[in-house]
Design a protein around this ligand. Structure first.
Ligand SMILES: O=c1ccn([C@@H]2O[C@H](COP(=O)(O)OP(=O)(O)O[C@H]3O[C@H](CO)[C@@H](O)[C@H](O)[C@H]3O)[C@@H](O)[C@H]2O)c(=O)[nH]1
Length: 319
């Protein structure tokens, strides 16, 4: 298929682009390089450095599908500076969808987020049918685009899937996470293992969980990427579907810390710290819909995810 990938110079967009190319697809990447890196765009893809507002100039009627990753994704930043989230994530997506309609593109796969659910109604796995009540502008912006896609499906016959990611981690095909500033747990722990920091922080040790630290559903980026290819093949014109992507199981911060110690052989000192504002105790995906609709089964363990992230981090040039 001829495809447009927005945000293909970012971590997840890059890994999915690499997998799409391997599967024989022809990929154009649209990225403004504001957070992505030119060298994260896999060889074989055509890179157009442009804004989402310019999507109409980049798309053409021969493009069969759009995979939309471009967007801002820091929860804390979205609380402090919401304008950029409504502008880039919502207004940017609207410009893209107008171009999609203009050029008659039939399929779309969107990077949505578990952040659309906000504070879960129970500590059990979250289903797509649970209430979506975001607690920050980042989650609200992702939910707005989910709704936008549903309205495009109804009005114009677009086939769209919103993939709601839980905690994506690991590396694949030589591509991994590089955020600046870094807020994510696994990359932060690996920085300590690599000797770039003296110690890590454990945010919150009084949660009602098995060891008092918060539980998240860590999904290997290779499993996540596989789900995108399946969604692309199976998306049904005229419908919009939200699909959670997670393993269905959770790990505490201390369990992740232990996995990082095992993978790196480094003691990784960690300091118990207060809760980070807005962090729920438990976020775990119910993934039955992904299994059923996409025929998808996540296969990588937390240890594999951490080991792959470590191999990627070690290969990076030292700052
Ligand atoms: O240095 C750190 C960083 C994080 N944490 C904790 O580790 C867990 C995971 O944190 P992080 O890696 O920052 O991910 P989340 O805050 O769970 O956010 C992810 O998951 C959200 C939805 O589930 C998405 O909206 C976000 O984009 C995505 O980063 C949380 O309990 C944090 O409090 C620490 O203890 N120390």
């Amino acid at each position: 298929m001829r495809l447009l990938v927005t945000g293909g110079a970012g971590y997840i967009g890059g890994v999915v682009t690499a997998l799409l190319l391997r599967s024989g697809h022809e990929v154009t990447v649209l990225d403004d390089l504001s957070t992505g890196h030119r060298d994260a765009v896999p060889g074989g893809a055509r890179l157009v450095v442009a804004d989402l507002a310019d999507a109409a100039d980049v798309l053409d009627p021969s493009v069969e599908a759009v995979l939309h990753f471009a967007g801002k994704s820091l929860v804390g930043e979205s609380v402090d500076a919401p304008g950029a989230y409504w502008r880039t994530n919502v207004a940017g997506s609207l410009a893209l969808l107008e171009a999609v309609r203009r050029h008659g593109v039939r399929r779309m796969v969107f990077s949505s987020s578990a952040a659309v659910y906000g504070e879960p109604v129970s500590p059990g796995p979250i289903a797509e049918t649970d209430p979506a009540v975001p607690t920050n502008p980042y989650g609200a912006s992702k939910l707005a685009v989910d709704h936008m896609l549903a309205s495009w499906a109804r009005a114009y016959g677009l086939g769209a899937v919103s993939l709601r990611y839980f905690n994506v981690a690991g590396a694949h095909l030589g591509l991994g996470e590089r955020h600046d500033p870094e807020t994510h747990l696994i990359p932060n722990l690996l920085r300590v293992a690599a000797g770039e920091r003296d110690s890590a922080r454990v945010y919150g040790t009084d949660y009602p969980t098995r060891d008092g630290t918060a539980v998240r559903d860590y999904l290997h980026v290779a499993d996540l990427a596989d789900a995108h290819l399946r969604a692309l093949e199976r998306v049904v014109p005229g419908t919009h579907r939200a699909v959670n992507l997670g393993t269905g199981g959770g790990h505490t911060v201390r369990e992740v810390l232990d996995a990082v110690r095992r993978a790196t052989g480094h003691p990784v000192p960690a300091v118990d710290s207060p809760r980070r504002p807005g962090d729920p105790a438990v976020l775990v995906a119910a993934n039955d819909r992904a299994r059923r609709d996409l025929g998808w089964t996540p296969t990588r363990t937390l240890d594999e995810t951490v080991a792959d992230a470590w191999a990627f981090a070690r290969a990076l040039p030292r700052p």
